[in-house]
Design a protein around this ligand. Structure first.
Ligand code: CU
Length: 189
């Protein structure tokens, strides 16, 4: 019987053993949750391809980056089109990806592809309070917590991984997690 089930799964191309990571971490409010990313540090010997469709958007509205922290899978193209009435200049001096898009006005399209993992701090030369982060990750197993700090990472391959929390200014050690082949694992960060 087990063999028959395995054979069906194989024919349907269903993912191999994968589980769900559920947990909670301390979060002050919705704004802080929005600046927090929970992710699996690395799933070795695997490569993940971002969907070729629409690029991920990092909006500029009211002279703010929205979202303030944008997690993306490596090799994702980010759309930095200006949505504002005012001119902006988006640049980064990060080691992960340094770029400068120059000055550009409303609805002018700009895209940048991020090939290396790490945090890319972005700024605007005109508006000093404009700052954001594009967090480039090795795998698609990342999420932002709810305002109460609860989170779910779905369909994570079974194995021993490390869960990391990213938030600007936060320095937190990784938490080991053993993801089961099926069902949930609960962790508190
Ligand atoms: Cu600006």
């Amino acid at each position: 019987m087990r063999l028959a089930v395995a054979a069906v799964a194989c024919v349907l191309g269903l993912p191999a053993a994968a589980g769900t990571v559920k947990g909670k971490l301390p979060v002050a409010d919705a704004q802080e949750a929005e600046r927090t990313v929970i992710y699996i540090e690395e799933v070795p010997d695997s490569s993940f391809t971002p969907p070729a469709a629409t690029p991920v958007k990092l909006s500029q509205r009211g002279a703010r980056f929205a979202p303030a922290v944008l997690p993306v899978l490596k090799n994702t193209t980010v759309d930095l089109t200006n949505d504002d009435w005012v001119t902006h200049n988006v640049f980064s001096k990060s080691k992960v990806k340094a770029f400068d898009l120059g000055l550009y006005g409303k609805e002018q399209a700009k895209v940048v592809k991020f090939e290396q993992t790490g945090a890319v701090e972005v700024f605007c030369s005109i508006h000093p309070r404009m700052n954001g982060v594009i967090l480039v990750l090795q795998n698609p197993f990342f999420t932002k917590p709810e305002a109460d700090g609860s989170f779910t990472l779905q369909n994570v391959p079974a194995g021993d991984w490390k869960v990391r929390v990213y938030r600007p200014g936060l320095d937190k050690a990784p938490t080991p997690v053993k993801v089961p082949a099926k069902g949930n694992v609960q962790i508190d960060l």
